[in-house]
Design a protein. Structure first.
Length: 338
């Protein structure tokens, strides 16, 4: 007897399921489905510069899997990319995603991609395409990963690079919504060891899954009103490992953590570890998702513009003479010593 002809589906890849997913997505966004995403170069720029960024969601995916909720991580994916783009002063205009899994699960995929679409709406950019890949053998059963790619434009003369930061400038903090999408390897290790990451601990899992804030629209409004000197997206490495990246070599940023609220989730992680306070600040955003540096004379206007955009912006510190460090009052090893 002749052997049965093998199909791609027998090998673990379901073409029909993939086609059905694309058809559903095209109803959400007709631009999806082509071989490449096409975007216009905005005509308002005299010397446009393209800003590109890429990122993922990391092991936050495993928390989504534990709770069985996948729509929020799509927002996270967009946020991690567009928040990086806006730090240069660029407006994000287009986004693409890469979703890879061992086997396509249409309900899971739709939740993720609807979250991505929502994130793009929040950022004011277009979802122009992406890739969905079934990779049996590469991922374990039920495993998947996400990556995002963004494009933005900025006028050459309006690029924000931190070079104009001077002693006496003010540092503004934009609050985070929680852990965002960094530090989950430590958070999970701590909470798993304490038996706190169980499906029955829905409240804690939901706190961990709160999506990353998307700061694009408030910052675009601010950029139209004030000459911003530097912007830092607070991701892996926390405040000391990200704000320093936009500082010149002859200044420090001196921050006062008493000026902002610490979300409860960080207290739970620190106490459950226990985790040293210095390590907490080196790993997590600790309640500040974005830092903005402006001249002291522009501080009041900046806070007013941001708060009108429903962002509870606060002054969290100042720039002083130094050597490109971020000093956090009261934190051992990071304190200013003042």
């Amino acid at each position: 007897m002749d052997a049965k002809n093998l199909t791609y589906k027998d090998a673990g890849v379901d073409i029909d399921a993939g086609d059905a997913l694309v058809s559903k997505l095209k109803k959400i966004n007709p631009a999806i489905g082509g071989f490449g995403g096409v975007i216009p170069v905005p005509g308002k720029y005299r010397k446009p510069r393209i800003v590109l960024a890429t990122d993922g969601v990391g092991t936050k995916l495993l928390v989504a899997e534990e709770l069985g909720v996948y729509n929020t991580i799509g927002i996270d994916l967009v946020a991690m990319v567009v928040n990086d783009i806006i730090t240069c002063g660029a407006k994000p205009v287009a986004f693409l995603d890469y979703y890879a899994t061992d086997q396509l699960r249409k309900d899971q995929a739709m939740e993720i991609l609807q979250g991505i679409s929502e994130g793009c709406d929040l950022a004011g950019c277009d979802l122009v395409g992406g890739e969905t890949a079934e990779l049996p053998g590469v991922y374990p059963k039920g495993g998947f990963d996400l990556a995002g790619f963004g494009v933005g434009f900025v006028e050459k003369s309006e690029i924000i690079d931190g070079s104009r930061v001077r002693p006496g400038d003010a540092v503004i903090g934009l609050p985070s919504s929680g852990v965002h999408s960094n530090g989950f390897s430590l958070a999970r290790k701590v909470l798993l060891r304490k038996g706190m990451l169980k499906r029955k601990r829905v409240e804690l899992l939901e706190q961990l899954l709160v999506p990353t804030c998307i700061y694009v629209k408030p910052l675009m409004k601010l950029l139209r009103k004030v000459r911003v000197k530097a912007v830092a997206h607070i991701t892996g490495g926390g405040l000391p490992g990200n704000l320093n990246r936009v500082l010149p070599g002859n200044v420090d940023a001196v921050l006062d953590p008493k000026k902002w609220d610490l979300p409860e989730i960080f207290q739970k992680i620190q106490e459950a570890g226990p985790v040293d306070p210095t390590e907490m600040y080196r790993v997590f955003n600790m309640g500040i998702g974005m830092c903005i540096v402006v001249s002291k004379k522009d501080l009041a206007d900046s806070l007013r513009v941001l708060r009108r955009s429903m962002v509870h912006a606060v002054e969290i510190g100042e720039i002083a003479k130094g050597n490109q460090r971020v000093l956090i009052d009261g934190v051992p090893g990071l304190g200013s010593g003042r």
